[in-house]
Each structure stands twice: as C-alpha cells, then as structure tokens.
Design a protein around this ligand. Structure first.
Ligand SMILES: Nc1ncnc2c1ncn2[C@@H]1O[C@H](COP(=O)(O)OP(=O)(O)OP(=O)(O)O)[C@@H](O)[C@H]1O
Ligand SMILES: [Mg+2]
Length: 299
C-alpha cells in the first residue's frame, strides 16, 4: 500500500490550550481522506503542522517519503494546499492570478492555465476582476491555483465553508473527478454529509484526539439498526437475546430495535422461532447521527 502522508502522535499545545493531543493517521495514494471534527477540534492546527507552518509540540509528519518540519518543507512543491480563504489578488483577473503563480513553476505553460480555467468552469470569467467573483468562484480559482503545478496530494481545509448547497455540490463533484484522475486528497470538514458524500475513508477528531477512523461505508453500515414490527414485541425482544452478535435490543411501542446483525439474520431467526414479524426494516443512520453519538459519548 502506498502511503502518501503519515502523521504519528502529533501534538500541539499553545500554553495551556491543548489544541491537538494525539493524532495519527495515514493517507493512501488515490483516496479522498476525510478529516472530520466539530469546531475547535484541532483540524486546522493539525493541517498547519502537516504543512510545516507550526512546530508540533510532539509527533512527526511524513509526506511523499520525506519528514516535514518548519525548517524542511521542500516536499510542499509537490503538494497543493487551500487552507482558509484562498489568497487571491482581488484587482487582478482570474487568468492573471494564475499567470502570476505560474511564473514560480518552470513546467506550467499557458496551455495548463487554460486547462485549469476550463476544469474549474472559470473560462467565461477568466478576464474579470476577481473582486467581482462569488464565494464559489473564488474557491474554484483557489483550487485552480492549488492544482496548477499538478500536485500529487491536495490538502484542503474546509473548502466549502461559506458556500451555498449548489456551490458545495460543484466542489464535491470537482474533487471526485480530481481523485478519479489520480490526485490524492485530504479534506477537512466539520460537515458530516460532505465527508459522507465525498470521502473514501475518514478520521474523526474531537478535542485533539481521534475518536473514530475507518472506511466511510463501513462506519455507516456497522451501525445499522434493524427494526422489527410485530404483534409479539416482548416475545421477539426476549428471543433476540439468543441471537449471537445481536446487541442493544430495545423495545419501542411500535417495534423492537436491534443492532449488530443484518435484517436477513433477524428475519430468519424470528421465523424459525415461530415469531414471524409483520415487517423487518433497516434504519440506516447517516454519519451525522453516528458522529453525534461518538462526540457525545466522549464529551
Ligand atoms: N495560535 C493559537 N493560540 C492559542 N490557541 C489556539 C491557536 N490556534 C488554535 N488554538 C486553539 O486550538 C483549538 C483547535 O483549533 P483549530 O483551529 O485547530 O480547530 P478546528 O478543528 O480547525 O476548528 P474549526 O472547525 O472551527 O476551524 C481551539 O481551541 C483553538 O482555540
Ligand atoms: Mg479550522
């Protein structure tokens, strides 16, 4: 497996403020990795350490095979970043912003600038002054700047902050197509549905510590709740205690709820016990409720 970024036991204290306590994760080549946490969880601080902008109190960052420290950031020329609002020259056009940055890169041609304007849907606005741009357009230009040098890894800190749903959708679609073309992406967000819809794997942090980590699909399916509608609520709940792996059996007025097992297992089991239910259905919580549950458990 090709690990493109690895943080090990990153910690950052600002005096008595424990911004980051212990953050270790690995990003694999080609994936969109979600870095999820509520406001103040330590996402931006972690990203600052990854980018060598802040000294860690402890821990290490390895990116594209090199150790990154504030004195050693050479590898960043292979990384595209967008942290906070994009740094744009507002009185310049989109094209001039790109041209100004292109001067720093020997390999970036005029054709590459055209390609980025096209890909970020800014062709029609290429000659307009950036101060007339909407938030979404500015963010797309920020992405164009971050991607100009064809980075292997793109690090984005809350790229959809302040955007409306249509703008967020556009960015999500763009990120997917970039990943499909081989760019690895680290995406931080406090928005669950954003991570759920965009990312392959996710790390959830709260108060500077990792509280969950995994494949987004598995995190979602591991929390499946099976609900059984039946006229024999008590008997069914009692019987389900014998079903191996069934956990958290709860009787509600309308149904029995059980976790840890599939709807097929529950149905087969109850029918075999002569407790054929009226209906068995899966209530699939979204990452939002899993996240709330996780953050409340550790609060
Ligand atoms: N330079 C600093 N000095 C003191 N405290 C800081 C500093 N930078 C961050 N913090 C604190 O560290 C904690 C983590 O902040 P951070 O900005 O990393 O969180 P975040 O997850 O990015 O939050 P948000 O979603 O609001 O952007 C917060 O309590 C914040 O106030
Ligand atoms: Mg932040």
């Amino acid at each position: 497996m090709d690990i493109i970024l690895r943080t090990q036991h990153l910690k950052k204290h600002f005096g008595s403020v424990r911004a980051v306590e212990d953050v270790s994760f690995s990003v694999r080549r080609g994936e969109i990795f979600g870095f999820l946490g509520p406001n103040g969880a330590g996402k931006t601080t972690t990203i600052s350490m990854i980018l060598g902008l802040t000294y860690p109190t402890a821990g290490t960052v390895e990116m594209l095979g090199e150790r990154v420290t504030p004195g050693h950031t050479g590898v960043l020329c292979r990384v595209g970043t967008l942290v906070g609002a994009p740094a744009l020259m507002l009185s310049y056009s989109a094209r001039r912003n790109l041209e100004a940055l292109a001067r720093l890169y020997p390999d970036v041609t005029a054709a590459r600038i055209d390609e980025m304007l096209e890909q970020m849907d800014l062709k029609a606005a290429a000659h307009r002054s950036v101060k007339t741009f909407s938030t979404g357009m500015k963010m797309r230009l920020g992405l164009a700047l971050a991607l100009l040098n064809r980075p292997e890894l793109l690090i984005l800190d809350e790229p959809t902050n302040g955007m409306d749903p249509a703008g967020m959708h556009e960015i999500r679609t763009l990120l997917r197509s970039l990943a499909d073309q081989g760019t690895t992406i680290l995406l931080s967000s406090h928005l669950l549905h954003e991570v759920e819809q965009t990312c392959d794997r996710v790390t959830v942090i709260q108060r500077g510590n990792i509280i969950a980590q995994g494949i987004v699909k598995e995190l979602l399916s591991s929390e499946n709740v099976v609900r059984v509608r039946t006229s024999m609520l008590e008997q069914s709940a009692q019987a389900l205690k014998d079903l191996a792996e069934a956990t958290d059996i709860r009787t509600e007025p309308e149904y029995v709820e059980v976790r840890g097992v599939s709807s097929e297992q529950v149905l087969t089991f109850l029918v075999a016990r002569g407790l054929a239910p009226r209906e068995v259905f899966v209530s699939r919580p979204d990452l939002e409720s899993i996240f709330l549950e996780l953050t409340q458990k550790t609060a």
